[in-house]
Structure formats: structure tokens, C-alpha cells
Write a protein that binds this ligand. Structure first.
Ligand code: GLA
Length: 736
């Protein structure tokens, strides 16, 4: 055994009580093998020393209409009542089911029972899917095998516990061990059974330009579903949800956070039953999903991540942040300082040539910017958004002398060079479409809808992916490219693939996502040193699946810092600051200073014409910002984030703070959205060491951590009366 964790063994099976226990540093997750080999859920919450937890399977009395299994010698057991580890359809459990398999006889009754299990060190990767990973000694995995006796379908439930984090990951491998083909109609990745409905659900909803609004509401009886049917994650709902006790706050109380590592049609379904208990399923959206398994074939569900916190939403978020940087973002850039960039989009849109880009680079260099990103418009006949997508060769009318020549000129100024792609898309007005009209997604006999003048390429097809890969490879291998922005500006309609037989068309959406992952995998494997930024009209595909390949994601096309406060606060519930693409643009009423303060709590960069869109005074502000960016990089990107005053809860102010891992440094940030009415302005800091002495770098005044956290910092001296319209400031504290 090479396990190195603080717990002797994080995963145990108690032979006497048939109980599996999965222990993290602060939580316990437990389930048992019951009579007739039912897999019954017992507990998920604060860490417990006990092993006999079986009484927790009884949640309310037997109901007179509840079906029962006569072989079970227990008057209180019914599939209608008990919490299940992976609930199935049609065999007595009338709640939402995680698994429904239509077998050779045509019915969809599914009933899996425990067969065996194994516990081992490490964590397996999931074929074709993004997933969390662990080095030797960092994780332990449990595989529980359960079989449906009639169809022969075998479900292997995978659980991994990580050494350093209160995290459990889950997924399911389904295999047709029978003799007839079967169809998976529901195949979720995880089920969590909470014994109460006295919980608030927290989730992120939004739309283009206004992503990640945080909503918190009390659970009610019935089914609530958060989902996407767009083929991509979308910005309407993020595949993240948290359940908090009503009294839970940012820094106290219990919360169960759940996130799905997937970039396609997802569903997070919550059912509160009439006993007042709560079942939460997370997985591929069963709408438009039918997956056929021939005998011997198998299907791997994507991975779900479960985080338990007994210290509020803040601690849950910090767990997700560090966990994702350590165990999900596989890019070499995950924990490396990223170059400070300027992007051409809002500066020029499609109206640029090589000289203009070089002029941007020249000005940007004077400001200390380290990389020029050439956004949309460099390829094919792309002079507007009407045409050109799919033709990934350089437009030499725009870039005279070719791409290499442009890059040489930019590099000669000391800047790196980045480029924009939208690999999954094609305009009908393009050479690619004219040559291969059948490569655009379209259901047989139907026209395809158009969105932003473009269609989606059929990424389920290897020949399509090969073509796009080859086109990208040529540009990327022949030019010195340091960064790619991978965009995706429409969703999927009239979904079908010309190459799938009718009985497999229900596989289209998931196969699309697998195709995108395959292409991303090929690009990032061929060019491991390129920094990949994901984007989908801003944050319309902001998910953990993308983070596996791209350590940063453009958070929103909206770059106004006041709007961005809500967007970035929301995203930070689950995703690290180091993942959030954020730029200072000219597109805002707020000061350049405030645009910088907000963008700095993201990847940071600029997206404006550096020649014409900055006054001399603003240039000075930018120079200071660039210096601050370097000074605070590690603190902001790899420290702990504390959300002190949320812009959704306070109409006047937003406050947040970073603390370094050794607690020797803290950075407080405040944005004033409106003039606050109270004359006394004081904020208690969080996360400091109470015994350390912190010096306010600006005033030289020293405070104990305890004083800053309980007495607070007095911010009343600031001139709120005259600077209330989007002004901001930061305060840096360092241990003496
Ligand atoms: C999307 C992105 C923008 C920009 C444009 C280019 O809208 O979100 O940042 O790249 O596409 O067309």
C-alpha cells in the first residue's frame, strides 16, 4: 500500500455491516450492501468515526402503496423509500432515476444489484473524457460492480477520494454483459441523497453578456432541473450547484457543492419527495440521449465532483479552486505565470492588417504588455462575420508577407504572439462548406438553422476532425505561436450525423462532445507549450470539462467592470480566478483603474487600441496596473479568495480579498458601485493568521491578524461622496 494520506485508509469496507466509508479530511460518505444486494446510500456530511450506519437507510415509514421485494426480510424496506446509491428505473423506486436501460425485450425496467468491489491506490483516467487526475499516493479509488440480472448490463460505480481535499469524484462505467443490444436512456454520473429538504439550492444562471448570476432559493417539493440542450454547456445554467443549510453563510455552515466535468447537454435534477428528503442527480441530459450498447460494448459517463464544506460557501469555493488547479487543469500553464496580453478584438474587430497589429504591439510594448493576440479575421475571406469560418489559411491580403513575417515583427518587439480559432464552425460562404456541405450538422431532409451566419461542423466524424486538425496543424507547426483562443459562437440545432445509422442518432450530442474533446486533445498534445484559452461568445462554455484542456476561459464578452463583478463573483463559486479570462477594454464608463482592479482578479489583459483609446493620464494608470499585476500575480492566482461583500447583496459596494497560502500577505479589493449611505465604512478581513502582525503597506500601520478580522479596517477616510461612480482601490497587507 503506497497511500500517504493523513487517514490510514480513506476508503474502507466494513465486512460486518457491509458498509463502504469514504473519508476525506473533513467529510464521510457512506453506503452499504443491503439484503438482496441492494446498494443503499447512508450518509454524506461531516466526518464520522462510526462504521455501523445502517439505521440511516430508514427515512420515514413504509407507505401502504410502496412496492416491496418479498425476498427482503425487512418490513421497512421498499425501493420507493430507501435512499439509493445509483437508483434505477421501474423496479419500485418512483423517484427520478440515474439509470434506465431499454433491454432486448423492449421494456426499460432496470434493477442493478451489488456483485463485487475493489479498492486500489490512484485514479484511472476516463477514456476520451476530461477528468481529474492524481499522482501516486494522492488518491484512492473504489469500484463497485452491480449487475442487472435480466439485461446483463453491468454498472461499475467509480469513486475517488483525494488525500488533501474534501473531494469525492464519481462516474459510472456501463457495459453490456448480456446477449442482446440494449439502449441507455438515462445514464447519470452521480446521485446524492440528502436526508432533508431544509436546504437552499445555489446555482448560476445567465445569458450572453450577463453570465453567472448567483441564485439561492429554498428547496420545495417536486423536481427542479438545471440543464442544457444546446449541445454545449451554454450560459443559461452552469453545470454547478450547491446545497446549503439555510443558516449557511460565506464563512460558516454546511454546504454540498457539485460540479460536472462536461461540456455538452447536462442535467442536474433535484427531487424533493414527500418524505422531505432530497435526491440530486448529475449527468448527461437524458433528453435527446439514447446510447446503444451491443453485447460487450461499454459506455463511460463523464465525471462529477462533490465537495463538502462545513465552513460555508467560501471554503467550498476555495476547495474547488485549488483542487482544479492541482488535479484538473492538465496544461503546463495551470500554475505558471501567463503572459500579459493585448487582444485585437475590441480594438479593431475585423478591421486590421499586419501594420496595424504591429502598431498595437509597439504601443503595447511601451506599457509592459507581453503578448499580442490576433483575434477573429486573419484567415480565408473573413472580413466580417458573414464568411470564412472553416478556411484556416492566412489571408495574405491582410497579413502582407504572411503570418511568419508578422510574428517575426511582433517577436522582434519582444512580444509573444497568439491567434484565434473557431474550429467547430463553418460559414456556408466558405471553401470548406462548398467542398463538403454534408459536414455541417443537419437532420435528414431538413434545412439547418443559421446562427451568427454560421453552421456547426459534425465533430462526431473523424474525417471532419482530421481536416480541421490538419488545417490547424499546418499553421501552428509552421509559425511561432504561443497562445490559441478557441472560440465557439453558436449552438447545435437540427442535430444528426450523416454517418450514424438511425438507431444511433440518439448518440449524436454526446459523440459531438467526445469529438470536440478529441480535437482539443490532439491539438494540446501536438502543441503542449501553447497556452489555450477557451471561449464561447464569452462564457457560454465555461465548465470544468474545458478547464482540463484550457487553463483559462474568456468569462464574458461583457468587459464593463461593474457588470463583471457579478459575473466573476458568480463564476468564483466554483472556478478559480486563474481560470477567468478578464481584460481592461475601452467599452466601459468606469475608470481604467477600476477596470484594472476587476480584470486583475482574473487572468488580466487589455483589449483596446493602445494608440488611441488611452489618455496620457490613463497610460500612467496602466503602467501602475502592469506593475501591480506582476507584484500580486501569485497572491491573486494561487492564494485563497474570500468574497467579503457580494455585489448582488450590497447595492453600493463589492469587496473581496486574497490571502497567500502562508498567510503572510493579503490583498483587499473594493469597488464602489454607488455612494454608500453609511458614514462609517469598515470591513473585517478574513482568512488571516490571528497571531501574525500585518502592516498596511500604504500607511505603515501595523495590526494583528485578529484585529483585522474582528475589529476590521477603517475605510471611512476615502472620499465616497465624490468618487462613487465605479471607483475602486486595493490595500496590501504584509506580515512584518
Ligand atoms: C466571440 C468572442 C469574442 C471575439 C469574437 C470574434 O464573440 O467571445 O471575444 O473573439 O467572437 O468573432
Amino acid at each position: 500500500m503506497i497511500w500517504k494520506g493523513v487517514n490510514a485508509m480513506p476508503i474502507t469496507f466494513d465486512q460486518q455491516h457491509h458498509v463502504f466509508k469514504l473519508d476525506t479530511s473533513v467529510s464521510t460518505y457512506a453506503f452499504m450492501v443491503y439484503q438482496e444486494n441492494y446498494l443503499v446510500h447512508l450518509y454524506y456530511g461531516a466526518k464520522l468515526p462510526d462504521t455501523d450506519l445502517s439505521y440511516l437507510m430508514y427515512r420515514g415509514k413504509f407507505d401502504s402503496l410502496s412496492p416491496y421485494n418479498p425476498k427482503v426480510e425487512d418490513l421497512f424496506f421498499s425501493p420507493d423509500i430507501q435512499p439509493f446509491e445509483y437508483p434505477t428505473n421501474g423496479a419500485g423506486d418512483f423517484r427520478i432515476s440515474a439509470l434506465s436501460v431499454r433491454g432486448g425485450s423492449g421494456d426499460a425496467v432496470t434493477d442493478i444489484r451489488y456483485v463485487s468491489h475493489k479498492i486500489y491506490d490512484g485514479k484511472p483516467s476516463l477514456p476520451g473524457l476530461p477528468a481529474t487526475f492524481a499522482q501516486e499516493g494522492q488518491a484512492q479509488t473504489l469500484e463497485v460492480e452491480a449487475v442487472d440480472a435480466v439485461t446483463g448490463v453491468k454498472a461499475t460505480l467509480l469513486y475517488t477520494v483525494f488525500e488533501d481535499y474534501p473531494v469525492i469524484t464519481r462516474s459510472v462505467r456501463l457495459e453490456n454483459g448480456g446477449k442482446a443490444p440494449v439502449v441507455l436512456e438515462r445514464a447519470y454520473s452521480s446521485c446524492v441523497e440528502l436526508p432533508t429538504m431544509d436546504l437552499d439550492m445555489v446555482h448560476l444562471w445567465g445569458k450572453w453578456w450577463n453570465e453567472n448570476n448567483t441564485e439561492r432559493r429554498a428547496l420545495q417539493h417536486g423536481i427542479t432541473s438545471i440543464q442544457s440542450k444546446r449541445g454545449m454547456t451554454g450560459s443559461n445554467h452552469n453545470p454547478f450547484v450547491a446545497f446549503a443549510r439555510p443558516s449557511t453563510t460565506e464563512e460558516s455552515g454546511e454546504v454540498w457543492g457539485m460540479n460536472f466535468i462536461y461540456s455538452g447537454n447536462f442535467a442536474i435534477d433535484t427531487e424533493v419527495d414527500t418524505r422531505g428528503t432530497t435526491r440530486v442527480l448529475m449527468g448527461i441530459n437524458p433528453t435527446d440521449f439514447r446510447w446503444r450498447l451491443e453485447p460487450g460494448e461499454s459506455f463511460q459517463t463523464p465525471e462529477a465532483v462533490l465537495v463538502y464544506s462545513d465552513k460555508g460557501l467560501g471554503a467550498m469555493s476555495r476547495t474547488f479552486h485549488h483542487f482544479y488547479l492541482d488535479h484538473l487543469c492538465r496544461s503546463e500553464w495551470a500554475k505558471k505565470k501567463r503572459p500579459l496580453l493585448i487582444n485585437s478584438w475590441e480594438a479593431a474587430f475585423f478591421d486590421f492588417d499586419d501594420d496595424k497589429l504591429v502598431a498595437f504591439a509597439q504601443e503595447a510594448k511601451k506599457l509592459g504588455i507581453e503578448m499580442l493576440v490576433m483575434d477573429d479575421g486573419w484567415f480565408g475571406t473573413r472580413n466580417d462575420d458573414l464568411r470564412g469560418l472553416g478556411d484556416w489559411y492566412v489571408n495574405e491580403k491582410k497579413l502582407k508577407g504572411g503570418l511568419s513575417h508578422l510574428i517575426e515583427r511582433v517577436n522582434a518587439l519582444g512580444l509573444k504572439f497568439g491567434i484565434w480559432y473557431e474550429p467547430e464552425m463553418v460559414n456556408p460562404d466558405s471553401d470548406l462548406y462548398r467542398a463538403h456541405p454534408d459536414w455541417a450538422i443537419r437532420a435528414k431532409g431538413r434545412e439547418h438553422s443559421i446562427s451568427r451566419y454560421q453552421c456547426v461542423l459534425d465533430m462526431t466524424r473523424k474525417d471532419v476532425r482530421d481536416n480541421i486538425f490538419q488545417q490547424m496543424y499546418e499553421v501552428l507547426s509552421q509559425n511561432k505561436i504561443d497562445y490559441i483562443k478557441w472560440d465557439c459562437n453558436r449552438n447545435i440545432t437540427e442535430a444528426a450525423s450523416a454517418t450514424l445509422p438511425p438507431e444511433r442518432q440518439g448518440e449524436f450530442f454526446h459523440r459531438y462532445v467526445l469529438g470536440v474533446y478529441d480535437l482539443m486533445d490532439r491539438i494540446t498534445t501536438a502543441f503542449p507549450h501553447i497556452l489555450l484559452e477557451n471561449c464561447s461568445s464569452g462564457g457560454c462554455r465555461f465548465d470544468a470539462g474545458m478547464l482540463y484542456y484550457a487553463p483559462q476561459i474568456w468569462t464574458s464578452d461583457c468587459t464593463d467592470p461593474i457588470e463583471r463583478l457579478t459575473i466573476q463573483f458568480g463564476a468564483s463559486l466554483c472556478y478559480p480566478v486563474a481560470a477567468m479570462g478578464a481584460h481592461v477594454s475601452a467599452n466601459s464608463r468606469a475608470s481604467v483603474k477600476t477596470r484594472g482592479v476587476v480584470a486583475m482578479s482574473g487572468t488580466f489583459g487589455y483589449e483596446l487600441d493602445p494608440r488611441t483609446e488611452l489618455t496620457d493620464e490613463e497610460r500612467e494608470v496602466v503602467l501602475q496596473q502592469v506593475a501591480d499585476y506582476h507584484k500580486y500575480y501569485d497572491l491573486i492566482h494561487f492564494g485563497d479568495l474570500y468574497r467579503l461583500t457580494a455585489p448582488t447583496e450590497n447595492p453600493y459596494l463589492a469587496d473581496w480579498q486574497f490571502v497567500s497560502p502562508d498567510k503572510n500577505e493579503a490583498l483587499f479589493c473594493r469597488v464602489i458601485m454607488r455612494r454608500p449611505p453609511n458614514l462609517y465604512q469598515s470591513v473585517c478581513l478574513a482568512g488571516l493568521d490571528p497571531d501574525k502582525i500585518y502592516v498596511d503597506e500604504e500607511t505603515g500601520k501595523a495590526y494583528s491578524g485578529a484585529l483585522l478580522m474582528h475589529g476590521g479596517i477603517d475605510l471611512s477616510a476615502y472620499d465616497y461622496a465624490n468618487n462613487y461612480d465605479g471607483d475602486s482601490f486595493m490595500k496590501h497587507f504584509v506580515v512584518r
